[in-house]
Design a protein around this ligand. Structure first.
Ligand SMILES: NC(=O)c1ccc[n+]([C@@H]2O[C@H](COP(=O)([O-])OP(=O)(O)OC[C@H]3O[C@@H](n4cnc5c(N)ncnc54)[C@H](OP(=O)(O)O)[C@@H]3O)[C@@H](O)[C@H]2O)c1
Length: 292
Protein backbone atom coordinates (compact mmCIF):
# COMPACT_ATOMS: atom_id res chain seq x y z
CA UNK A 1 0.00 0.00 0.00
CA UNK A 2 1.32 3.48 -0.81
CA UNK A 3 2.17 5.81 2.05
CA UNK A 4 0.46 9.18 2.61
CA UNK A 5 2.31 11.93 0.76
CA UNK A 6 3.48 15.05 2.61
CA UNK A 7 4.22 18.01 0.32
CA UNK A 8 6.41 20.88 1.53
CA UNK A 9 6.92 24.38 0.08
CA UNK A 10 9.94 26.60 0.66
CA UNK A 11 12.45 23.74 0.89
CA UNK A 12 15.41 26.15 1.00
CA UNK A 13 14.11 28.35 3.81
CA UNK A 14 14.97 27.75 7.48
CA UNK A 15 11.94 25.58 8.18
CA UNK A 16 11.91 23.77 4.85
CA UNK A 17 15.59 22.94 5.19
CA UNK A 18 15.16 21.61 8.76
CA UNK A 19 12.24 19.48 7.55
CA UNK A 20 14.51 17.98 4.92
CA UNK A 21 17.01 17.10 7.68
CA UNK A 22 14.37 15.36 9.82
CA UNK A 23 12.09 13.72 7.27
CA UNK A 24 14.06 10.45 7.01
CA UNK A 25 12.95 9.56 10.58
CA UNK A 26 9.36 9.54 9.33
CA UNK A 27 9.98 7.86 5.98
CA UNK A 28 8.58 4.48 7.01
CA UNK A 29 5.16 6.07 7.53
CA UNK A 30 5.14 8.90 4.95
CA UNK A 31 6.44 9.87 1.54
CA UNK A 32 7.74 13.41 1.15
CA UNK A 33 8.07 15.85 -1.70
CA UNK A 34 10.02 19.07 -1.14
CA UNK A 35 9.45 21.97 -3.49
CA UNK A 36 11.11 25.30 -4.21
CA UNK A 37 9.69 28.17 -6.20
CA UNK A 38 10.67 26.45 -9.46
CA UNK A 39 7.89 23.95 -8.78
CA UNK A 40 5.48 25.94 -6.62
CA UNK A 41 5.78 29.71 -6.94
CA UNK A 42 3.31 31.23 -4.50
CA UNK A 43 3.29 34.36 -6.64
CA UNK A 44 1.93 32.31 -9.57
CA UNK A 45 -1.26 30.48 -8.51
CA UNK A 46 -1.25 28.29 -11.64
CA UNK A 47 1.86 26.51 -10.27
CA UNK A 48 -0.06 25.64 -7.09
CA UNK A 49 -2.96 24.18 -9.04
CA UNK A 50 -0.80 22.13 -11.39
CA UNK A 51 1.14 20.74 -8.41
CA UNK A 52 -2.07 19.57 -6.72
CA UNK A 53 -3.30 18.01 -9.96
CA UNK A 54 -0.04 16.13 -10.41
CA UNK A 55 0.65 14.90 -6.85
CA UNK A 56 -2.59 14.97 -4.79
CA UNK A 57 -0.83 15.01 -1.38
CA UNK A 58 -2.55 13.98 1.88
CA UNK A 59 -0.70 16.64 3.89
CA UNK A 60 0.59 20.00 2.70
CA UNK A 61 3.10 21.91 4.84
CA UNK A 62 3.45 25.51 3.71
CA UNK A 63 6.90 26.65 4.86
CA UNK A 64 7.25 29.25 2.11
CA UNK A 65 6.43 32.89 2.76
CA UNK A 66 7.38 36.45 1.99
CA UNK A 67 9.47 37.02 5.14
CA UNK A 68 11.15 40.39 4.51
CA UNK A 69 9.33 42.26 7.29
CA UNK A 70 10.62 45.77 6.49
CA UNK A 71 10.48 45.40 2.70
CA UNK A 72 6.85 44.28 2.94
CA UNK A 73 5.91 47.87 3.84
CA UNK A 74 6.76 48.90 0.27
CA UNK A 75 6.21 45.57 -1.54
CA UNK A 76 2.68 45.20 -0.23
CA UNK A 77 1.19 43.59 -3.33
CA UNK A 78 3.88 40.89 -3.36
CA UNK A 79 3.54 40.17 0.38
CA UNK A 80 -0.23 39.93 0.07
CA UNK A 81 -0.13 37.57 -2.92
CA UNK A 82 2.42 35.21 -1.31
CA UNK A 83 1.35 35.31 2.35
CA UNK A 84 -2.41 35.58 1.92
CA UNK A 85 -3.88 34.92 -1.53
CA UNK A 86 -1.64 31.92 -2.24
CA UNK A 87 -2.53 30.39 1.14
CA UNK A 88 -6.23 30.72 0.29
CA UNK A 89 -5.64 28.99 -3.06
CA UNK A 90 -3.66 26.18 -1.42
CA UNK A 91 -6.41 25.81 1.20
CA UNK A 92 -9.14 25.49 -1.45
CA UNK A 93 -7.03 22.97 -3.40
CA UNK A 94 -6.54 20.96 -0.16
CA UNK A 95 -10.28 20.88 0.50
CA UNK A 96 -10.99 19.48 -2.98
CA UNK A 97 -8.82 16.40 -2.37
CA UNK A 98 -9.33 16.04 1.41
CA UNK A 99 -5.75 17.10 2.13
CA UNK A 100 -4.76 18.57 5.51
CA UNK A 101 -3.06 21.97 5.37
CA UNK A 102 -0.41 23.03 7.86
CA UNK A 103 0.65 26.63 7.32
CA UNK A 104 2.94 28.79 9.41
CA UNK A 105 2.04 32.20 10.77
CA UNK A 106 3.64 34.72 13.06
CA UNK A 107 3.61 36.44 16.45
CA UNK A 108 3.41 39.70 14.44
CA UNK A 109 -0.36 39.23 14.11
CA UNK A 110 -0.48 40.77 17.63
CA UNK A 111 0.10 44.43 18.43
CA UNK A 112 2.18 43.64 21.50
CA UNK A 113 0.37 45.99 23.87
CA UNK A 114 -0.70 43.09 26.11
CA UNK A 115 1.35 42.29 29.18
CA UNK A 116 0.87 38.49 29.21
CA UNK A 117 1.71 35.83 26.59
CA UNK A 118 -0.98 35.93 23.88
CA UNK A 119 -3.43 33.02 23.73
CA UNK A 120 -4.24 31.63 20.26
CA UNK A 121 -7.78 33.03 20.37
CA UNK A 122 -6.82 36.49 21.59
CA UNK A 123 -7.59 39.58 19.52
CA UNK A 124 -5.17 40.16 16.64
CA UNK A 125 -4.10 43.60 15.48
CA UNK A 126 -0.98 43.52 13.30
CA UNK A 127 1.25 46.61 13.45
CA UNK A 128 2.99 46.06 10.12
CA UNK A 129 2.10 44.91 6.60
CA UNK A 130 3.92 41.58 6.90
CA UNK A 131 1.83 40.84 10.00
CA UNK A 132 -1.33 41.90 8.19
CA UNK A 133 -0.56 39.68 5.17
CA UNK A 134 0.09 36.69 7.45
CA UNK A 135 -3.11 37.39 9.41
CA UNK A 136 -5.08 37.42 6.15
CA UNK A 137 -3.36 34.16 5.18
CA UNK A 138 -4.65 32.61 8.45
CA UNK A 139 -8.17 33.79 7.69
CA UNK A 140 -8.14 32.51 4.10
CA UNK A 141 -6.74 29.15 5.21
CA UNK A 142 -9.52 28.68 7.77
CA UNK A 143 -12.24 29.90 5.40
CA UNK A 144 -11.17 27.67 2.52
CA UNK A 145 -10.06 24.54 4.33
CA UNK A 146 -11.71 23.25 7.53
CA UNK A 147 -8.82 20.78 7.81
CA UNK A 148 -6.29 23.56 8.37
CA UNK A 149 -3.76 23.85 11.16
CA UNK A 150 -2.16 27.25 11.54
CA UNK A 151 0.98 27.36 13.63
CA UNK A 152 2.07 30.80 14.75
CA UNK A 153 5.72 30.98 15.67
CA UNK A 154 8.28 33.63 16.60
CA UNK A 155 11.98 34.60 16.40
CA UNK A 156 12.94 31.60 14.24
CA UNK A 157 16.58 30.58 13.83
CA UNK A 158 18.47 27.61 12.41
CA UNK A 159 21.98 26.61 11.40
CA UNK A 160 20.72 27.26 7.87
CA UNK A 161 19.67 30.63 6.44
CA UNK A 162 19.71 34.16 7.79
CA UNK A 163 18.68 34.75 11.37
CA UNK A 164 19.46 36.59 14.60
CA UNK A 165 21.78 33.91 16.03
CA UNK A 166 24.01 33.86 12.97
CA UNK A 167 23.99 37.65 12.61
CA UNK A 168 24.98 38.08 16.28
CA UNK A 169 27.80 35.55 16.00
CA UNK A 170 29.16 37.36 12.93
CA UNK A 171 28.88 40.84 14.46
CA UNK A 172 30.38 39.73 17.79
CA UNK A 173 33.41 38.38 15.93
CA UNK A 174 33.78 41.56 13.83
CA UNK A 175 33.20 44.22 16.48
CA UNK A 176 34.19 45.09 20.03
CA UNK A 177 30.76 46.41 20.91
CA UNK A 178 27.20 45.98 19.59
CA UNK A 179 23.86 47.52 20.59
CA UNK A 180 20.76 45.34 20.87
CA UNK A 181 17.19 46.38 21.68
CA UNK A 182 15.95 45.43 25.13
CA UNK A 183 12.33 46.63 25.00
CA UNK A 184 10.94 44.00 22.61
CA UNK A 185 10.25 40.69 24.33
CA UNK A 186 9.21 37.33 22.93
CA UNK A 187 10.34 33.73 22.57
CA UNK A 188 13.02 32.35 20.26
CA UNK A 189 12.18 29.25 18.23
CA UNK A 190 14.66 26.75 16.85
CA UNK A 191 13.39 25.76 13.39
CA UNK A 192 14.60 22.23 14.18
CA UNK A 193 12.20 22.06 17.16
CA UNK A 194 9.29 23.48 15.19
CA UNK A 195 9.63 20.93 12.38
CA UNK A 196 9.77 18.12 14.96
CA UNK A 197 6.49 19.51 16.35
CA UNK A 198 4.94 19.67 12.86
CA UNK A 199 5.81 16.04 12.08
CA UNK A 200 4.55 14.98 15.51
CA UNK A 201 1.25 16.71 14.71
CA UNK A 202 0.96 14.93 11.35
CA UNK A 203 1.66 11.61 13.05
CA UNK A 204 -1.09 12.38 15.57
CA UNK A 205 -3.54 13.37 12.82
CA UNK A 206 -2.77 10.18 10.91
CA UNK A 207 -3.60 8.18 14.08
CA UNK A 208 -7.02 9.82 14.27
CA UNK A 209 -6.27 12.68 16.69
CA UNK A 210 -7.99 15.09 14.32
CA UNK A 211 -7.87 18.62 15.67
CA UNK A 212 -7.66 21.75 13.56
CA UNK A 213 -7.47 25.54 13.96
CA UNK A 214 -4.92 28.02 15.27
CA UNK A 215 -1.97 26.85 17.35
CA UNK A 216 1.17 28.57 18.63
CA UNK A 217 4.66 27.16 18.99
CA UNK A 218 7.91 28.63 20.27
CA UNK A 219 10.61 27.53 22.64
CA UNK A 220 9.90 27.96 26.37
CA UNK A 221 10.85 31.24 28.04
CA UNK A 222 10.31 34.94 27.43
CA UNK A 223 13.29 37.20 26.81
CA UNK A 224 14.34 40.41 25.05
CA UNK A 225 16.55 40.53 21.95
CA UNK A 226 19.25 41.88 24.29
CA UNK A 227 18.93 38.82 26.60
CA UNK A 228 19.10 36.62 23.50
CA UNK A 229 22.31 38.33 22.32
CA UNK A 230 23.93 38.02 25.77
CA UNK A 231 23.12 34.29 25.84
CA UNK A 232 24.57 33.82 22.34
CA UNK A 233 27.76 35.56 23.48
CA UNK A 234 28.06 33.47 26.60
CA UNK A 235 27.41 30.12 24.85
CA UNK A 236 29.88 30.90 22.07
CA UNK A 237 32.55 32.19 24.46
CA UNK A 238 32.91 35.51 22.62
CA UNK A 239 33.86 38.69 24.48
CA UNK A 240 32.15 41.49 22.52
CA UNK A 241 30.50 44.13 24.70
CA UNK A 242 26.67 44.00 24.30
CA UNK A 243 24.79 47.21 25.14
CA UNK A 244 21.02 47.31 25.78
CA UNK A 245 19.21 50.07 23.84
CA UNK A 246 15.56 51.06 23.33
CA UNK A 247 13.84 50.41 19.95
CA UNK A 248 13.79 54.18 19.38
CA UNK A 249 17.56 53.91 18.68
CA UNK A 250 16.77 51.54 15.79
CA UNK A 251 13.92 52.99 13.74
CA UNK A 252 12.76 50.46 11.11
CA UNK A 253 10.23 50.82 8.25
CA UNK A 254 7.98 48.19 9.91
CA UNK A 255 6.84 48.66 13.51
CA UNK A 256 7.42 45.68 15.81
CA UNK A 257 5.32 44.63 18.81
CA UNK A 258 6.87 45.20 22.25
CA UNK A 259 5.48 41.96 23.67
CA UNK A 260 5.04 39.13 21.19
CA UNK A 261 5.26 36.18 23.59
CA UNK A 262 2.64 33.51 22.88
CA UNK A 263 0.95 30.93 25.05
CA UNK A 264 1.90 27.52 23.65
CA UNK A 265 -0.05 25.23 26.01
CA UNK A 266 -2.69 24.26 23.45
CA UNK A 267 -0.28 22.62 20.99
CA UNK A 268 1.36 20.68 23.83
CA UNK A 269 -2.01 19.54 25.18
CA UNK A 270 -3.73 18.63 21.91
CA UNK A 271 -0.81 16.96 20.12
CA UNK A 272 1.57 15.97 22.97
CA UNK A 273 4.21 18.25 21.50
CA UNK A 274 7.26 18.75 23.72
CA UNK A 275 8.08 22.35 24.63
CA UNK A 276 11.82 22.89 24.90
CA UNK A 277 13.67 25.60 26.89
CA UNK A 278 15.06 28.29 24.62
CA UNK A 279 18.57 28.05 26.17
CA UNK A 280 18.85 24.33 25.39
CA UNK A 281 17.95 24.86 21.75
CA UNK A 282 20.22 27.89 21.23
CA UNK A 283 23.10 25.88 22.70
CA UNK A 284 22.40 23.00 20.32
CA UNK A 285 22.33 25.35 17.32
CA UNK A 286 25.57 27.14 18.28
CA UNK A 287 27.33 23.80 18.85
CA UNK A 288 26.19 22.61 15.41
CA UNK A 289 27.42 25.84 13.81
CA UNK A 290 30.80 25.51 15.54
CA UNK A 291 31.15 21.91 14.34
CA UNK A 292 30.22 22.73 10.73
N1 LIG B 1 11.93 33.80 10.56
C1 LIG B 1 11.19 34.20 11.60
O1 LIG B 1 11.69 34.77 12.57
C2 LIG B 1 9.71 33.92 11.63
C3 LIG B 1 8.94 34.38 12.70
C4 LIG B 1 7.57 34.12 12.73
C5 LIG B 1 7.01 33.40 11.71
N2 LIG B 1 7.76 32.97 10.67
C6 LIG B 1 7.10 32.21 9.59
O2 LIG B 1 7.70 30.93 9.53
C7 LIG B 1 7.67 30.44 8.18
C8 LIG B 1 9.03 29.99 7.76
O3 LIG B 1 9.92 31.07 7.87
P1 LIG B 1 11.48 30.89 7.58
O4 LIG B 1 12.18 31.63 8.65
O5 LIG B 1 11.80 29.46 7.33
O6 LIG B 1 11.58 31.74 6.24
P2 LIG B 1 12.78 31.90 5.23
O7 LIG B 1 14.01 31.24 5.75
O8 LIG B 1 12.80 33.33 4.84
O9 LIG B 1 12.27 31.03 3.99
C9 LIG B 1 11.18 31.42 3.24
C10 LIG B 1 11.05 30.46 2.08
O10 LIG B 1 9.94 30.90 1.29
C11 LIG B 1 10.33 30.81 -0.05
N3 LIG B 1 9.57 31.73 -0.89
C12 LIG B 1 9.54 33.08 -0.85
N4 LIG B 1 8.75 33.55 -1.85
C13 LIG B 1 8.27 32.45 -2.49
C14 LIG B 1 7.41 32.27 -3.60
N5 LIG B 1 6.90 33.30 -4.27
N6 LIG B 1 7.12 31.01 -3.99
C15 LIG B 1 7.65 29.95 -3.35
N7 LIG B 1 8.50 30.05 -2.32
C16 LIG B 1 8.80 31.29 -1.90
C17 LIG B 1 11.81 31.16 -0.06
O11 LIG B 1 12.35 30.71 -1.27
P3 LIG B 1 13.81 31.14 -1.77
O12 LIG B 1 14.74 30.29 -0.97
O13 LIG B 1 13.78 30.80 -3.22
O14 LIG B 1 13.91 32.62 -1.51
C18 LIG B 1 12.28 30.39 1.17
O15 LIG B 1 12.55 29.06 0.84
C19 LIG B 1 7.08 31.58 7.36
O16 LIG B 1 5.70 31.37 7.21
C20 LIG B 1 7.29 32.81 8.22
O17 LIG B 1 6.34 33.82 7.94
C21 LIG B 1 9.10 33.19 10.61
Amino acid sequence: MSKPLIAVTGKNGQLGWELQQLHASYSTAFDFIFTDREEIDLYRPETILSFFQKYQPQYFINCAAYTAVDKAETEQEKALKINAEAVGIIAAACTKINCTLITISTDYVFDGNGKKPYAADEKTNPLNYYGYSKWLGEKLALENCPQSIIIRTSWVYSVHGNNFVKTMLRLMKERNEIKVVNDQTGSPTAAADLVAAILQIIEQLSRGNKKYGIYQYSNKGIISWYDFAVAIRSISGLTCNVLPVPSTEYPTPAKRPFNSAMDTHKIAQDFYVELIDWQTSVETCIKKLAAA
